[in-house]
Structure formats: structure tokens, C-alpha cells
Design a protein around this ligand. Structure first.
Ligand code: 13P
Length: 250
């Protein structure tokens, strides 16, 4: 059966010291094992320290990105192998902020996903439409193209290592959450695409997270749906209490 997962995405927040403090607080708050897997996505420079700190705990660590090249003369980039060497086990890829502000195309993301997998990192692959696309009722075509463009090239075995995150861009950081019905509808559609491509078993085992203004108040309503297997959390992942409230929704 697929896992329920609550993953935090700290984005470009927290100094190293603040990140260590938050990770420590979370570790203590989750001393009793929660009913879902918990992941925190931190800036690159925090990964080694936070991974070490969380060793033996129930919290896994994710990078928020990795390079689309394996190694070499790419000043300022961080490879999937480097991420893996810190002890991080997940890598968030395809976030809408990366697509929008850093020009990450389907092809670039395809390479990043392959490199993450080669280095035994589990990609949390983000998809989702912008407001204009939702208004034009194009959300299904958008997520289909995003999957076809970057991950449907994978073998069934490799695809099985992915976690998908549906994040409608209009809901990210805006306070406008997709309704549980809206989210369930598109999550079910995403699962049907996976099923058409890889078969029912792979689709049933694929965790599909919801992201976009998810908080302690709306999480339970979202997670109660058959095809919503947890959340990818931005703002509410920056405070232990807020993040714990979402984890406790399971
Ligand atoms: P918010 O929870 O702040 O809306 O961000 C969601 C997100 O982008 C997680 O990756």
C-alpha cells in the first residue's frame, strides 16, 4: 500500500542556526512515531547538519532541487550525488517556483529526475496549473503534459520510486486552498494517468501529495480523500506547531 507523507518545503527560509533549531524542535515533537512519513525539505547548506541531527529519528530529509548535470564545471550548482552524500533521501523537483523563476523545462526536469534516481534519491515531483489554466479548465492537460514531459519516460520500477505532488500554482502561498473536492478530482485523474501508463498496481502504490496553502485547519479535510496521500507544505512547515498540526491530521 502507498505511504501517507507530510513533507515540508522550507524554500529560501531559515539560516542554518534557525533550521537546526526547527529540526530539533520537530524531532522532539515527533518522538512518538506519527501515522505518516515525515520529510523536511531544506536549503542545500542545511542538509548535512540537519540529516546528521535527524539520524535515527522518524524524519527524512529532502533537498529542494538538484543540478541537471552529474558533475563538473557548473559553478554554483549542487549535484544529486552531493545531495545524497549529506544523508538526504528525497529531492523535491519541478516545483512551480523553479519552473517559473529559473526556467526549468520538461527536458531539464527529466534529466534531474534521472540523476536523482541514479543517486538513490526519491524525487518528490511537483506538477500543477497556474490560475489562468484553471480558469480555462485546462488543469488536466497541464498535469498530463508535465508528467509526459519529464517522468513518463521512466521504467515502471523507477517510476515506483517517485512521490508526486499536485500543487496548483494559484494556491501556493496565497491562502487560496483547492477545495477537497477539487483536489480529489485532479488527484484521481493523475492516478488514472499513472494507471494508463504503468498499470493499476503502480498507480495504487503511488503517493500523491497536495500542496498549496495547506494548514492545520484544512489538512484533515484534504487528507480524508481517497487519492490524497498527504501534503507538501510551504508556509506552515516553518513553525513546529503548525507543521505538527498537519502531521496530526493523519
Ligand atoms: P504554501 O504551503 O506556502 O502555500 O506552499 C506550498 C508549496 O509550494 C510547497 O512546495
Amino acid at each position: 500500500m502507498r505511504k501517507n507523507i507530510v513533507a515540508g518545503n522550507w524554500k529560501m527560509n531559515k539560516t542554518l542556526q534557525e533550521g537546526v533549531a526547527l529540526a530539533t524542535e520537530l524531532k522532539n515533537a515527533l518522538a512518538t512515531k506519527p501515522n505518516c512519513e515525515v520529510v523536511i525539505g531544506t536549503p542545500f547548506i542545511h542538509l548535512a547538519t540537519v540529516s546528521e541531527l535527524l539520524k535515527g529519528s522518524c524524519i527524512e530529509v529532502a533537498a529542494e532541487n538538484c543540478a541537471n548535470k552529474a558533475s563538473g564545471a557548473y559553478t554554483g550548482e549542487v549535484s544529486a550525488a552531493m545531495v545524497a552524500s549529506t544523508g538526504a533521501t528525497y529531492c523535491i523537483l519541478g516545483h512551480s517556483e523553479r519552473r517559473a523563476y529559473y526556467g526549468e523545462t520538461y527536458e531539464i526536469l527529466k534529466d534531474k529526475v534521472l540523476l536523482a534516481l541514479e543517486n538513490n534519491l526519491k524525487p518528490i515531483f511537483c506538477i500543477g496549473e497556474v490560475k489562468e489554466e484553471r480558469e480555462a479548465n485546462k488543469q488536466n492537460e497541464v498535469v498530463k503534459a508535465q508528467l509526459e514531459g519529464s517522468v513518463f519516460n521512466l521504467s515502471a520500477e523507477d517510476f515506483g520510486k517517485l512521490v508526486l505532488a499536485y500543487e496548483p500554482v494559484w494556491a501556493i502561498g496565497t491562502g487560496l486552498t483547492a477545495s477537497p473536492e477539487q483536489a480529489q478530482e485532479i488527484h484521481a485523474y493523475i492516478r488514472s494517468l499513472v494507471s494508463d501508463k504503468y498499470g493499476k498496481e503502480v498507480a495504487e502504490n503511488c503517493s500523491i501529495l497536495y500542496g498549496g496553502s495547506c494548514n492545520g485547519k484544512n489538512a484533515a479535510g484534504l487528507f480524508a480523500n481517497a487519492d490524497i496521500d498527504g501534503g507538501l507544505i510551504g508556509g506552515a512547515a516553518l513553525k513546529c506547531e503548525d507543521f505538527k498540526a498537519i502531521i496530526d491530521a493523519f
